[in-house]
Design a protein. Sequence first.
Lengths: 534, 153
Amino acid sequence: MSEETVDVLIIGAGAAGAAFAWSMADTKMNILCLEQGDWVKHDDYPGVGDDWEMRQFGDFGLSPNGRGRREDYPVNDSQSPIKTSMFNAVGGSTILYAAHFPRMHPSDFRVRTLDGVADDWPLDYAQLEPYYEVNARMMGVSGLAGDPAYPPKQLPLPPLPLGLLGETLAAGFNKLGWHWWPSDSAIASQDYEGRTGCINAGTCLVGCPHGAKASTDVTYWPLALRQGVRLKTRCRVREITLGGNGMADGVIYYDEEGVERRQRAEVVVIACNGIGTPRILLNSRSAQFPDGLANRSGLVGKRLMFHPYALVRGVFPDPLDGYKGATGCCIISQEFYETDRERGFVRGYSFEMLRGMGPVFTALSGMSSGHVPWGDGHHDGYQSLWDRTAGMVVICEDLPEECNRVTLDPDLTDADGIPAPKINYRLSDNSSRMLEHSVARASEVLHAAGARECTSEAPLKPAGWHLMGTARMGTDPNTSVVNEWGRCHDVRNLFIIDGSIFVTSGGVNPTNTIQALSLHIADTMKRNLANLFD
Amino acid sequence: MTDSDYRLSDEQRRHLAGLLDCIIPPSTKYDLPGAGELGVGAFIEAELLRNPQLRLVVEPGLALFAAQSREPDSGTAMQRLQADAPALIPTLLFHAYVAYYQNPRITQVLGLGGRPPHPGGYPMAASDLSILDPVRRRGKLYRDAGSATPEGK
């Protein structure tokens, strides 16, 4: 048993934990991070092999239930039409994310005031704006200033190339008079801060061996470690423990050999995102907190938000060079982002363009759709699809509902015997109407761009990669878990800094906002060190 | 014989290659080899080694293919094969497509250089962003939202 007491203990080395560790490093406090995964060696990434496409169904798959890695924990998502996706490693899910890096909008923080639904956040866009700017510098964000869908913002790197595919789709948006813009991407479009610029290999979703994609193992962590933060990998936290004064006094975890260990801490910071964070809190029961730590509001685990996704693809008559370029970071459209009640739903969604499919996925997709038969018609069928598909995903804002929740599965455990999370989730009527609208509009713009036929899947089943809302922030302890700077109302030296504190989801990828929030929380803590627990 | 010793016989391999060439035939039009000629059979055999259940479908299927391939009309032979061993081709199809389309000879013909995406990547030119002019002309799209409410509710 370790008797060392660290000043700050961070649980989780993903997007939020890395940004927080770097920000806190300049305090020179004794900071330790425990991460259940390991470092991913860049030579292990699938993109260096011919079989890179199929490894998306294997050891680099999105679902923790299918990867077979010891560091993963199972998630019972049988009661959800959207299945959970995440990655457990130094860098967390940024290892596999597309690195599409939009900010939330001013209206996203004020949905109750503006649209009469859900709740306003206890902070606003202007308060997060300086942290979005820091994060853009630290992650190395590529993009183009002047997007009329946002307040003015500057980005440190020029946009990634649109390519023939992007230009083709952009022409479709222009034809309809709809908004589009080169995406903000956490992918270096040129050499930046020791990282080499993107080489357009198109393997972003199975990790970037080149290091151009800003997973936090190549951005924040090297700097945080250099400044003295310590990071222990393959250490899985079971529970947070309470001292006699009602404050958190550390954690119990299992090390890489599966040996139970104790780590004491003055401050505990949870950065395990919208499923991992409530799992730890719910596993941390005590006489004072019989329903889980920091859960006097009863909201820990509730209000789970995914972003319901749709995938819409079109087949074009001519080659698009679609195998080149960052997978998910081409162009974005927010034509239907802000509320217009005449559409039949509140709030809105983003379109994000995708590159084309690789050679194996083209074949398998064509096999499923009947376009690529075996036998005599095989090659003509394949050539009609190869490098001729383009499409987009739709990211719908998901409004919080208490029935959508994370609980502990009564039977399922991870390799260390820790109870695993169970998801109960249903699509709301608002989300269903939004998805229906978005698929029709996506098909419309693909046809305008020249597609001869379109296919869609909605909701996209494996798209549970944005995990939000299960320990929401707010100023009222009865209706929220943490305050406006991430401190738990019930346990004043316990902080949450990840997607679980989101009040609403917006209709964009959340990683940039998760990191801006974690930087905001770290900065607020540093300003209040003298009276942090008052 | 243990699982790790599992091998197809030379004759079975020859029939498997023939069957694979029926599934993905060679194409002079696109300058592409058939799947059997390409060596996809070795990939299938590795799958058979990993998954004994597959053998229950493939081994008798190959025997039927061998018998029916002696038919003078190959089209009729394949029709009979599908009738007599309906699971055979659907079972092989997924593995055959995967092995064929990740093979460097094929990715070379498809324009991908016959190599993995890394470390070479692919060149892309910067775009002419004057195509954004219509979007710029529309002006501001986002809503002003005011400040956070004091209650944060």
